[in-house]
Design a protein around this ligand. Structure first.
Ligand code: GLA
Length: 389
């Protein structure tokens, strides 16, 4: 199924099979793909993501208790329960921490939820794939709570609560890109977001006679959180050093012309990290212009340069992603890069329609031969943000 959509009636039926509760509402929260602008949302840079038609569905209903009961088809196959009177994080929480964390963050803001809920969750997003299954889940939950408890939160409030949950409760120092893309998605549009000011524009996503392939390496991302936090720490360290020489609050305020001066101030590793950030920022702007002009070749070229920078300077790619990117390019893609945090997960490629089948086949066969495991390829539609069905 190209769009990977689930039917509302089936979701309600599934909910009814688990919970005997009739007064329910159904919601959808998309995943996201980042077109370009990687690892710069926590450095005040521009990013260019889009919400996708793969995502997380939820059916929710008030119950008469003070418990939150969750049945997640993908995660546990049994009803997990936590009490609204104990929102502390447990080692065994797993996916539940994203849900419990939202209640916790609300509580920290003085919003006390006292009535329990039954929630059925079903996702069409592969987990740990760099397509933001966690932001999709966080935004689903806060959207449900906002709707059912009439909290009067704006989309930006919900984005901020989800990000805070990820940063403080889950413990990953991620930027705002994922939750923002999931919340502010627009059908057939990418989002150009300035992460410093949160100014954003919806840019029509029209690839003409080209298409976007998402290729999942299916490589588990065990080290992703710790490596991610390591990169975050390196950027913080770099910022502290450079603040003594430049009047800046964020790394992405610096320009390519500052690089020679910067080089003399940093170790080789930190220099390569910031070189990625500054050059990636310029590639995002170029990509936006190229997409508006319908210049898909230039957009593809920026994607290629982005991958090289992530591979050699920011060092967040892995052999599996490099192989997918190389094979995609060598078999006809005009642009390919890893997407998301890296260390596994997905790559994306822009391919002319007539070469799409050939490129897909080459990727799948080469990947299987080299790694003795299968890659998966998705074609998605660009979706609107989290909403009620
Ligand atoms: C993860 C984070 C985002 C962003 C990307 C890398 O998806 O959640 O905030 O930093 O990695 O661009």
């Amino acid at each position: 199924m190209k769009l990977n959509l689930l039917l509302k009636n089936e979701l309600i039926e599934n909910f009814n099979n688990v919970f005997s509760n009739t007064n329910h509402s159904v919601y959808f929260s998309p995943g996201r793909v980042n077109l370009i602008g990687e690892h710069i949302d926590y450095n005040g840079g521009f990013v260019f993501p889009a919400a996708i038609s793969y995502g997380t569905y939820g059916v929710a209903s008030l119950n008469e208790t003070q418990n939150i009961n969750i049945y997640s088809k993908g995660f546990s196959k049994m009803v997990d329960t936590f009490s609204l009177n104990d929102l502390s994080k447990k080692d065994s929480d797993g996916y539940l921490s994203y849900i419990k964390g939202i209640f916790y963050t609300l509580k920290m803001k003085g919003i006390h939820i006292v009535k329990g809920l039954d929630i059925y969750i079903e996702s069409t997003l592969p987990t740990s794939s760099g397509l933001s299954s966690s932001a999709s889940l966080e935004m689903l939950i806060i959207y449900i709570l906002n709707d059912i408890y009439k909290l009067n939160l704006t989309t930006l409030d919900m984005v901020n609560i989800s990000k805070e949950t990820e940063n403080k409760y889950v413990g990953v120092h991620s930027g705002i890109m994922d939750q923002f893309a999931v919340g502010f998605g627009k059908y057939n549009h990418a989002i150009l977001l300035d992460t410093q000011t949160l100014f954003y524009e919806h840019i029509p996503f029209d690839l003409k006679n080209y298409r976007l392939l998402i290729i999942n390496s299916n490589k588990p991302r065990q080290l992703a959180a710790s490596k991610y936090n390591e990169r975050f720490g390196e950027c913080q360290e770099t910022l502290q050093i450079l603040k003594k020489h430049f009047n800046i609050e964020h790394l992405c305020e610096l320009e390519v012309s500052d690089l020679p001066q910067i080089k003399a101030l940093l170790s080789d590793t930190l220099y390569r990290r910031i070189k990625h950030c500054i050059t990636e920022q310029t590639r995002v702007i170029q990509s936006k212009k190229a997409l508006i002009k319908g210049d898909i070749l230039s957009f593809g070229n920026a994607m290629n340069l982005s991958h090289e920078s992530l591979r050699y300077d920011y060092e967040v790619s892995v052999d599996e992603l490099d192989t997918i990117v190389d094979v995609a390019r060598n078999s006809g893609a005009i642009g390919a890069r890893m997407t998301g945090a890296g260390f596994g997960g997905c790559a994306i490629a822009i391919v002319e329609d007539k070469f799409a089948n050939h490129v897909k086949e080459k990727i799948l066969t080469t990947y299987q031969q080299k790694f003795s495991m299968d890659a998966s390829i998705y074609e998605v539609e660009i979706s609107s943000g989290t909403h009620k069905l």
